[in-house]
Design a protein around this ligand. Structure first.
Ligand code: AMO
Length: 444
């Protein structure tokens, strides 16, 4: 149990049955509310885990302590020392009878925003004052779930033989071609913020590490201003040797299902706060061919998508809805994409190179991940880079790893925020990032 100078218990660790009569405990946190009724004063203290009521009866309390408590300001930081008394009327079935209250730091007034959740603030106000916004149970709950998601991912992949890696975020070349890179000055040369660990995780396959994962930032300089795009996101990436795309799809669906299960079991109170009844996705997920997806779009809308066109948001929603109506499941894969619209590293089928061994993991609302079996032969890869209009010389550091024994391999990248958004049913991706980086936001 946590115990330090100013605190022996979080508020949710206090149980009157377990704490002996007269035993002194200490809680520390923020003044949520002061209710001064004249002869009695209630101070509600809030910490990370919840709230506790501190009760001061004028006749029974030292007058200096009573007067001091009545004047406490909302959101000031205090430590309360006292005994615990069962009480039917108090919110958690107990109250703290204080012998001492220490003011550790005061709070200015008025506050930049309400902390109780009763008055809704605009997203921008909330993000500007994130330190206050996070004091609200709903915001706090999302980030406790985010912690559980990342913990579960690490745990699942580690238990399945994956080694955690961290690769550079400052790089010399574009990962996947594309123009969406943030240039930076690296001493005397131009460098970029990496848009994906893709090339590094593939290089590691040649090293014999076999199965690796990375959870880290990716930077995309796209000018999107949507509810599902960030310019800095967190990507969960794996790469696996001697695996094909079906092998890694199975890892992905099993991982997702385990993550949901862990959140359901370990975040009960957070799910309550968010009023969510989490349904654990059933495996295996439906695997819909790109061609079938196109047919669904074309039969259900006026849109005429042609082979080789990417699916836009509207098309994704149509397909997601169709799958949901047929299977009752929100998650599914779209597989076998045209090679021409996938990056150079996606492998084509042996009997039809126009179709790639690639997939996207979809949620009814949006794309969550993409992946593929990769080209592992040097000559083919070099040709593919050229065919995309890129200069293979810029990829020497990557291509070299394919010359001295590169095994067949596959992998994927999941957007952590997209996963969280769909899990917690929030509408805006900025709600699941502590300090979002988007087109307009660089601070805090
Ligand atoms: P891709 O570019 O599809 O694939 O990205 C993988 C997943 O990352 C998330 N994502 C984003 N989330 C928020 N804002 C963004 N701007 C953003 N961009 C991407 C999405 C997306 O599905 N190298 C490949 C992965 C692989 O093949 O292993 C890649 O990066 O959820």
């Amino acid at each position: 149990m946590l115990s330090n100078m100013l605190r022996t218990h979080y508020t949710n660790q206090i149980s009157p049955q377990e704490i002996g009569e007269g035993e002194q405990i200490k809680v520390a946190g923020w003044v949520y509310e002061v209710r001064d009724l004249g002869g009695i004063c209630f101070v509600v203290v809030r910490d990370r885990e919840g709230k506790a009521q501190v009760t001061l009866v004028k006749k029974k309390t030292d007058s200096e302590l009573f007067d001091f408590s009545r004047k406490l300001i909302r959101e000031a930081v205090i430590s309360v020392t006292g005994t615990v008394k069962p009480s039917d009327k108090a919110p958690n079935g107990f109250e703290i009878i204080p012998s001492e209250i220490n003011l550790l730091n005061n709070a200015d007034s008025p506050l930049p925003m309400d902390t109780t959740g009763k008055v809704e603030a605009e997203l921008d106000t909330r993000l500007d004052a994130r330190y206050i916004d996070l004091r609200k149970p709903k915001t706090n709950a999302i980030f406790r779930i985010r912690h559980e998601v990342l913990r579960s991912v690490r745990d699942f992949l580690t238990c399945n033989g994956f080694i955690e890696t961290t690769t550079p975020k400052v790089v010399a070349t574009a990962t996947e071609g594309g123009t969406s890179l943030f240039p930076i000055t690296y001493f005397m040369t131009e460098a970029f913020l990496n848009q994906s660990p893709q090339l590094f995780k593939q290089i590691l396959m040649s090293s014999g590490m076999d199965n690796v994962f990375e959870i880290g930032p990716i930077f995309r300089a796209e000018e999107h201003d949507t509810r599902r795009h960030l310019n800095e996101a967190t990507s969960i990436d794996i790469e696996s040797s001697f695996s094909d795309h079906y092998d890694v799809m199975q890892i992905l669906e099993d991982m997702l299902s385990q993550v949901y299960l862990n959140v359901k079991q370990n975040c009960e109170s957070q799910l309550d706060v968010l009023d969510l009844d989490l349904e654990v996705p059933k495996t295996p997920f439906l695997k819909l061919k790109y061609e079938e997806a196109i047919n669904i779009v074309n039969s259900e809308s006026d849109e005429e998508l042609e082979w080789g066109e990417d699916l836009g948001t509207i098309a994704e929603n149509l397909v997601g809805q169709d799958v949901f109506e047929r299977t009752g499941q929100s998650h599914y894969f779209i597989i076998d994409w045209p090679t021409e619209i996938k990056p150079f590293y996606a492998m084509g089928y042996e009997d039809n190179a126009e179709i790639s061994k690639s997939f996207d993991l979809m949620h009814r609302r949006m794309e969550l991940a993409s992946g593929a079996q990769r080209v592992h032969e040097y000559d083919i890869l070099k040709n593919r880079i050229e065919a995309k209009g890129l200069n293979p010389d810029n990829f020497d550091f990557y291509l070299d790893a394919f010359r001295y024994g590169m095994p067949p391999h596959s992998g994927w990248g999941v957007g952590c925020e997209r996963l969280l958004m769909t899990m917690t049913e929030v509408d805006n991706i900025r709600d699941v990032v502590l300090f979002p980086r988007d087109r307009r936001r660089l601070s805090p």
